[in-house]
Ligand binder design. Structure first.
Ligand code: 2BA
Length: 114
């Protein structure tokens, strides 16, 4: 890895999609670290994958994310959401996007391996 060309791809995905994505990344020779995380809105477990790659590899990583992480919708009882109080106890479930992935691509100022 060359300093200055490095990007950090941060991928937040559902646990099941993240397992498949990790497998695909490793099979293709991309380094990846999976961290257990929790979504602030649904308060469900999800996974955050960190992958430090060369700038010209980012598009390949994103193609794998698109192939493995599919968005769908789900209805969630409002009582499970953080900002609805007891006053909304009889309200209709809320449609939310689940699955899919959220991706950030950040410049890496410096990389060291000790
Ligand atoms: P959660 O915060 O648990 O959000 C799960 C899904 O709930 C979101 O899917 C979105 O469809 C919906 N949602 C979130 N906040 C909402 C709100 N205020 N009102 C209505 N619906 C809302 P995604 O957007 O695909 O996000 C999936 C997970 O990715 C999030 O889980 C969170 O852990 C992370 N995430 C998304 N955007 C982020 C960001 N800008 N910064 C950091 N983490 C982010």
């Amino acid at each position: 890895m060359q300093n200055g060309q490095l990007k950090l791809v941060i991928i937040i995905a559902s646990d099941s999609d993240a397992d498949r994505l990790m497998k695909a990344l490793i099979e293709q020779g991309y380094p990846a670290t999976k961290i257990s995380s929790t979504g602030g809105f649904l308060r469900r477990g999800n996974a955050t994958i960190l992958s430090g790659v060369e700038a010209d590899e980012v598009d390949s990583v994103l193609a794998m994310v698109r192939a493995e992480c599919h968005a769908r919708t789900e209805y969630v009882p409002v009582q499970m959401l953080p900002f609805f109080g007891e006053a909304t106890a009889v309200a209709e479930p809320v449609e939310v996007r689940v699955g899919g992935a959220i991706v950030f691509v950040a410049d890496v100022e410096r990389f060291e391996k000790t």
